[in-house]
Write a protein that binds this ligand. Structure first.
Ligand SMILES: C[S@@+](CC[C@H](N)C(=O)[O-])C[C@H]1O[C@@H](n2cnc3c(N)ncnc32)[C@H](O)[C@@H]1O
Length: 269
């Protein structure tokens, strides 16, 4: 495994907290609180604080991340990942960024299809647990070390909720993906109806129980709360469009438990 540490410029433009009227009377943890305090705070972290919380939390759960992930999704996540790669619609030999690669599941699947993958993630713990052969870079996806138009495509799984600044991530993808290149972003979704009820019970009770038994109770109690960060499909389409992507498509998987956004990098920015 080739692991590169990239120390990007410190992003100072991210606000530290939610742009609302909340103040510390909401029991919001202070700047120096650790990630566990934030996980239990009534106000979810935003901006730089969220980046720190997310990185430290994934560092903590990295060793058993794959096992818990498979059990929590009954292995359906593998099928969802295949779908995310399929909608990229890129031939073998293409160069593809696996953004927020984590332990490298997607990167490995890309490699198996003859696609040249490069993985990027904030969390060194997750990268060290990676089983992918792809080169790995520790970096924030909103400020990567890659040159303009380097990639034929970019893909990401289960990270939309975890990004602190989605607009900055999409703009960076538009910079490093060539015109005509493709992106595919997979994450969980919030299904409606009976499917929604079942999924909610599972993700609010079952999955955190598995996570707490096998890994870290605090981190896995964050999972159901993190869906609050998901943008609506119309907001996501707007963000993708203003960042430099066209042909935006949104599809739901497994009755709406998961979703994939795909798009083509516009010919001009
Ligand atoms: C739920 S995990 C998903 C990992 C992997 N993609 C998978 O499918 O299993 C989310 C990952 O996003 C990473 N992440 C969150 N924000 C990031 C950012 N701004 N830049 C790079 N990675 C980020 C976290 O460190 C974590 O590894």
């Amino acid at each position: 495994m080739v692991l590169i540490m990239w120390m990007p410029r410190e992003r100072t433009d991210l606000p530290n907290s939610q742009p609302d009227s909340s103040n510390n009377s909401d029991n919001k943890p202070t700047e120096t609180s650790d990630w566990r305090s934030w996980i239990h705070s009534p106000v979810l972290p935003r901006g730089r604080q969220k980046t720190t919380v997310v990185r430290n939390m994934f560092d903590a759960i990295a060793p058993r991340y794959d096992l818990v992930n498979r059990l929590m999704t009954f292995g359906i996540d593998v099928h969802w990942r295949h779908s995310a790669i399929k909608v990229l619609a890129l031939p073998p030999g293409s160069r593809v960024l696996d953004l927020a690669t984590g332990t490298g599941d997607l990167a490995r699947m890309l490699e198996q299809r003859g696609i040249r993958a490069i993985g990027v993630d904030l969390s060194m713990g997750m990268l060290q647990a990676s089983k992918a052969k792809a080169p790995l870079v520790q970096a924030d996806g909103s400020a990567t070390p890659f040159s303009e138009g380097l990639f034929d495509g970019a893909i990401s799984a289960f990270a939309i909720r975890n990004f602190s600044d989605l607009q900055a991530i999409l703009s960076e993808l538009a910079r490093i993906v060539r015109p005509g290149g493709r992106i595919s972003l997979l994450d969980v979704s919030e299904p409606h109806g009976i499917m929604g009820l079942g999924a909610r019970i599972w993700f609010e009770k079952g999955a955190p129980l598995i996570g707490s038994l096998l890994s870290d109770k605090d981190a896995y109690s964050y999972l159901p709360r993190s869906v609050q960060y998901l943008p609506s499909p119309s907001e996501m389409a707007r963000l993708m469009g203003t960042s430099g992507f066209s042909c935006v498509n949104h599809r739901l998987l497994t009755g709406g438990i998961a979703q994939i956004y795909s798009a083509t990098r516009s010919s001009t920015l």
